[in-house]
Design a protein around this ligand. Structure first.
Ligand SMILES: [Zn+2]
Length: 110
């Protein structure tokens, strides 16, 4: 639900979601970095497990380990960043802007 502007009462209110955008981007970047690290350790773990099966197992193991590690890191951090940004939007930033006047405001407790 979109609130009305508390300053001029206008219903033409947009949510800016600045923090969520920044947080999501930052989280995705951090996720990519940790995803790379996760891919590396995933590949190592996969290769270890695969080595028990044989040479082909090493390749398959490190590949699937890398994919899983990278995916997990990227997704986890991306989601965490977006969530954090959302929190910042709600609690710190003036998340709403009014189209009629040049006012920004914070929503009341949701
Ligand atoms: Zn307004």
């Amino acid at each position: 639900m979109t609130p009305h502007c508390p300053k001029c009462g206008s219903p033409n209110v947009i949510s800016r979601n600045l923090g969520r955008k920044v947080g999501g981007a930052t989280g995705a970047a951090a996720g990519a970095a940790s995803g790379a690290a996760g891919a590396l350790s995933g590949a190592k773990a996969g290769a270890l497990v695969g080595a028990m099966i044989g040479p082909a197992g090493i390749t398959i193991g490190s590949l699937s380990g890398a994919v899983f590690g990278g995916l997990l890191g990227g997704t986890t951090f991306g989601a965490a960043g977006a969530k954090l940004g959302h929190e910042i939007d709600q609690k710190i930033l003036d998340n709403y802007a009014c189209c009629d006047w040049d006012c920004t405001f914070r929503p009341h407790a949701e």
